[in-house]
Structures are given as structure tokens and as C-alpha cells.
Design a protein around this ligand. Structure first.
Ligand SMILES: [Zn+2]
Length: 44
């Protein structure tokens, strides 16, 4: 499972255990990739 930056939407594979922040923009809110957004894309 990966994470996605809530700010720049970039994919973050494995954030550091004690510092979950975006390596690209430094934003500290990350969203798990498996979110409600995935349900919207569901084809079933
Ligand atoms: Zn970011």
C-alpha cells in the first residue's frame, strides 16, 4: 500500500515511520491510496 500527498497528489511509496510528510512539497497530510476515491473508480 502506498500513500498520496493530500496537497500535490503525488504518490509516496513508503513514508518514514515517524515522519509522514510529502518529500515533494513537505505537506504533512498524507492520504492512504486505498480511499473512498477508489470506490468511485470501481467498475462493478
Ligand atoms: Zn506533496
Amino acid at each position: 500500500m502506498g500513500y498520496m500527498c493530500a496537497h500535490c497528489k503525488k504518490e509516496i511509496k513508503v513514508p518514514e515511520k515517524n515522519s509522514t510528510r510529502c518529500p515533494y512539497c513537505g505537506y504533512r497530510v498524507l492520504a492512504k491510496k486505498r480511499s473512498s476515491l477508489a470506490k468511485e473508480v470501481s467498475t462493478k
